[in-house]
Design a protein around this ligand. Structure first.
Ligand code: MG
Length: 528
């Protein structure tokens, strides 16, 4: 109470608006005094008073009044300064008390109380925004040994360095707290998917692999991490912390220096993902990738005019892993660009080989991901693949989805322009499933759209899909764009497409993705 009062006073003293009010009051008082002095002729009154009482000289009265005013001003100033100093002193004490109450004195991190408080705040926020949050319960493995071997001071140094390393891995807004002894808590808000949490857990485990320098000694330490997710593993801070703690014990039991989710399902997902990511890293060198080629035919002549290159992965450890499983993981762990570059070069070389066989108008289509398009060196990579394979640029078509382009429209526009200058053409893949922003069709410098299979698959029975497909075709044609219909799987669908102004088609009815040798035997018979 006393504190808040002095704070208020201090705020008043130091506030610029209060200073302006004070000046206004002084001016007002001076004006009133001046007006009263004028109206009642104060000086005349003083002279009268001095005449009536001979013992009081007028100059003495004035001197007395001046001394009294100065003394009053001096006392007021002294008291004001004292009050200011007192308030500052108390504020300092209060700040250090607050720090002691809510922050850990060794690491400077939020302590248990502040951590729980923040966690409750995060959960309230997550409930409002329907976003997920995560709590990571961290316990150092065999920390006691450090204390026993090197002493408690060394243990303290280690804890400090450990917390600094962890902080370096977190996003702004994430909370790292020292919960107790060698227990730490990380709070993550708006985490998105569990994959992001898995990646962070892996990152913090990796970041402590380098030994810690403690005085003259180097030492390594492990940690066990238990993870609970809001809202799946609980709604309240206490429940989630308890579950993260349980998960941490599972991590300890399963060999330490690892992480575990509270939910078994999430554990399985995270484990699978890590296994796939590890295998993916060696897939190129172990020759586990192959390219399959799906024929694209000219609707009128029915001749093959090109193919879409599709990546297949036959892992020596995991067997056949479908692209929709491994591509997102390759994107997450940052190896999609390496894989994408390999695909592009292989596809260009294969295409060049077919050109050499005499099919010199064959067009190779290669899918590009947002991560690839987003790279600074993307154009250089395309250029170098064309150079290495000696494939002329006009026979390469890159397939991009609208979502890929919309991730960063301005840099995508700039790169597409450069590709066009190189002579490479661009196809908008899966058209109709993304933003389908018609105004962008013009700006994007694309030469082809590929109508998504989802529109074709219910043709001819679904009249609405027929209407949509016809509308897309006529829109594209009016914009002078070529059109490929994807997902032709029946004779009826082929017949429907034959009666439109689509120029090319692709799908199981025409040919599945296949190895180059089979492709040659099926489609390049005449030149063999
Ligand atoms: Mg495609």
């Amino acid at each position: 109470m006393e504190h808040s009062l002095s704070q208020k006073i201090f705020a008043k003293i130091s506030s610029p608006s209060q200073f302006a009010i004070d000046v206004a009051i002084i001016l007002l008082l001076s004006t009133i005094t001046f007006w009263l002095a004028q109206k009642y002729d104060a000086f005349e009154y003083l002279v009268e008073f001095s005449r009536a009482h001979e013992e009081y000289e007028i100059d003495e009265i004035l001197t007395l009044l001046m001394i009294a005013s100065f003394a009053f001003a001096a006392v007021a100033y002294r008291n004001g300064s004292r009050l200011k100093l007192e308030v500052l002193k108390r504020r300092k004490v209060q700040q250090s008390m607050k720090k002691m109450a809510f922050y850990d004195s060794l690491t400077g991190l939020p302590n248990r109380e502040l951590c729980i408080n923040r966690f409750e705040h995060i959960l309230n926020q997550s409930a409002r925004t329907s976003e997920s949050a995560a709590v990571l319960f961290i316990d150092l493995d065999n920390f006691k040994e450090v204390n026993d071997n090197y002493g408690h001071d060394a243990g303290d140094i280690l804890l400090k360095q450990f917390s600094e390393r962890l902080l370096g891995q977190l996003r702004k807004g994430d909370t790292l707290s020292r919960f107790a002894g060698d227990e730490f808590i990380i709070l993550l808000e708006s985490v998105g998917s569990i994959n992001n949490v898995t990646i962070l857990a892996k990152k913090i485990l990796d970041c402590i692999q380098t030994p810690f320098q403690i005085n003259a000694n180097e030492t390594t330490i492990g940690m066990s991490v238990g993870i609970a997710m809001y809202p799946n593993d609980g709604q309240e801070a206490s429940v989630l912390l308890k579950h993260a703690d349980t998960a941490m014990y599972h991590a300890k039991n399963e060999g330490k220096n690892t992480f575990r989710f509270y939910s078994n399902e999430l554990n399985k997902q995270a484990r699978n993902k890590l296994i796939i990511a590890n295998q993916l890293r060696q897939a190129i060198n172990s020759d586990e990738f192959t390219l399959h080629f799906q024929p694209i035919i000219d609707v009128i002549s029915k001749n093959v005019k090109g193919a879409e290159a599709l990546l297949r992965w036959e892992s020596k450890v995991l067997g056949n892993v479908p692209p929709d499983v491994f591509i997102p993981i390759a994107e997450e762990v940052g190896i999609i660009s390496t894989i994408g570059e390999w695909v592009l070069l292989q596809a260009c070389q294969q295409s060049k080989h077919w050109h050499n066989l005499g099919y010199n108008d064959f067009i190779m289509s290669v899918n590009m991901s947002a991560k690839q398009l987003g790279r600074e060196d993307f154009i250089n990579v395309v250029e170098s693949c064309l150079k290495k394979s000696e494939l002329p640029a006009e026979f390469l078509e890159l397939e991009l989805t609208e979502t890929t382009i919309m991730k960063d429209v301005s840099s995508a526009l700039c790169r597409l322009e450069k590709l066009r200058k190189l002579g490479v053409s661009i196809a908008l893949d899966d058209f109709g499933t993304g933003y389908s922003s018609i105004s962008y069709l013009r700006k994007l410098q694309i030469s082809r759209i590929k109508i998504d299979r989802s529109f074709i698959q219910h043709i001819p029975e679904n009249k609405e899909d027929i209407a949509i497909t016809k509308a897309i075709i006529s829109l594209a044609r009016n914009l002078s764009l070529n059109v490929t219909a994807e997902g032709i799987e029946t004779a009826a669908q082929q017949k429907f497409i034959d009666n439109t102004i689509v120029d090319s088609a692709q799908g199981y009815f025409i040919g599945k993705p296949m190895l180059p040798s089979i492709f040659e035997s099926l489609f390049f018979k005449d030149k063999h």
